[in-house]
Design a protein around this ligand. Structure first.
Ligand code: GDP
Length: 177
């Protein structure tokens, strides 16, 4: 039997963006005997949540890191061992776009992640008043050079409802390989 190819995927974004909900939703969708927590019982990440899914011969190990300002300084400790990054944005919280974009820019300009595939998620698309994915993209991705050579995809999702979650993960698996 062929060994699984294992990859580490970081889930980053501000606190309350929906990272943990997204991780649980992903596990629920890609694990046949899912026994996780109830999605609406999730509270914001303080330490580190981990999760694992298998897709064919690929195993993804997720690290969902806390997004509070004082925890953001810990993100880069994980960069050297990461094979992909998922950046989660709360599309309904436009008041915190500047703060989120600052953290995003700091992450994408880090040399260690230069060639690492990036999936950016405009989350909470189910909420009325959320900014549409095209506009979130305009704000976060300022120009074609901004992200350098890495593979990148921007997706609108609802981590809570599950909409758009599969598509992004399947893209990531292909981009990582
Ligand atoms: P984290 O701090 O980034 O891990 O964020 P959480 O996963 O703890 O989510 C923060 C809050 O946003 C929780 O109340 C979630 O239920 C809510 N939330 C997360 N994703 C969505 C979504 O897609 N839609 C809606 N309406 N709420 C969401």
């Amino acid at each position: 039997i062929r060994q699984k190819d294992e990859y580490n995927v970081l889930i980053l974004g501000l606190d309350n963006a929906g990272k943990t909900t997204y991780l649980e939703q992903t596990k629920m969708k890609f694990t046949s005997n899912y026994q996780g927590m109830s999605l609406n019982k999730i509270t914001t990440t303080v330490g580190l949540n981990i999760g694992q899914i298998d897709i064919g011969h690929v195993r993804l190990n997720f690290w969902d890191l806390g997004g509070q300002e004082e925890l953001q300084s810990l993100w880069d400790k994980y960069y050297a061992e990461s094979h992909a990054v998922i950046y989660v944005i709360d599309s309904s919280d436009t008041d915190r776009f500047d703060e989120s974009k600052e953290a995003f820019d700091k992450m994408v300009t880090n040399k260690t992640l230069e060639t690492v595939p990036l999936l950016t998620l405009a989350n909470k698309q189910d909420l009325e008043g959320s900014m549409r994915v095209e506009n979130v993209q305009k704000i976060f991705i300022s120009n074609a050079q901004h992200l350098g050579e890495r593979e990148h995809k921007m997706n609108g999702v609802s981590a809570l409802k599950g909409d758009g979650v599969d598509e992004g993960i399947l893209w990531l698996v292909e981009a990582i390989k």
